[in-house]
Design a binder for this molecule. Structure first.
Ligand code: SF4
Length: 211
């Protein structure tokens, strides 16, 4: 479906129902909440989808109280194989603080009746899937050296590089498993974009009729 066709389809659906309510990583709407004080404004979300929906912007890191600007953060696999959120330089463990916030905020979002959610790709808080690093780079380096030359590279990457959701995204997807969730990179694919739009508008219609 072309961009114009998608827009027309959304308007027709709006004529018979309320606007869908969609949670969104706040930086994607142009809010300057990133660690470096900048945003990640997404033109399609703001200019095309924006007028047809009701956004519920959330920045987990700012709402938790980490401030802007702030040290960048990363996810790390600890010695007990758990996932820890910490800053890249001073390295305080922020996992419990962010997780507590996420549980509280997802309670509020659930009560609002969201129809979908657009997350920021790559973020240790917001991503659907992002990199989980080794606990200490020097530990990985030492282990890599101690492995045999033939297996070192692949074994080290298997041990120390992993993937998983950001901490807020994990809570959101676990607590609201039926919610349509995408990130802005996935939405660059026209098929994903169309399916997401259809799903959130259909859910809004169904909620209105069955309420
Ligand atoms: S990715 Fe998430 S935590 Fe990071 S700035 Fe955007 S909304 Fe805030």
């Amino acid at each position: 479906m072309s961009g114009d066709g998608l827009r027309l389809g959304m308007r027709r659906m709006i004529a018979v129902t309320d606007r869908p309510r969609i949670g969104v990583s706040a930086c994607l709407l142009g809010e300057r909440v990133r660690y470096d004080g900048r945003d990640k404004r997404d033109a399609w979300l703001v200019d095309v989808l924006g007028p047809e929906v009701e956004w519920v912007p959330v920045c987990p890191e700012v709402e938790t109280g980490f401030g802007t600007p702030r040290e960048p953060m990363e996810l790390v696999r600890d010695a007990d194989h758990g996932v820890v959120l910490m800053t890249t330089r001073l390295r305080p463990d922020l996992t419990a603080t962010l997780r507590e916030f996420a549980e509280r905020r997802v309670d509020e979002l659930a009560a609002m009746g969201l129809d979908g959610y657009v997350l920021k790709a790559g973020s240790p808080s917001c991503a659907i899937e992002t990199t989980i690093n080794a606990e200490h780079a020097e530990t990985a380096e030492h282990t890599e050296k101690s492995l045999s030359a033939s297996s070192a590279s692949s074994a080290a990457s298997a041990l120390f590089v992993d993937k998983g959701p950001g901490l807020f995204a994990e809570t959101l997807m676990r607590r609201l498993p039926d919610l349509a969730v995408v990130d802005e990179q996935q939405l660059a694919d026209p098929d994903v974009r169309r399916r997401f739009v259809e799903r959130v508008f259909a859910r809004r219609c169904a909620d209105k009729i069955t309420r």
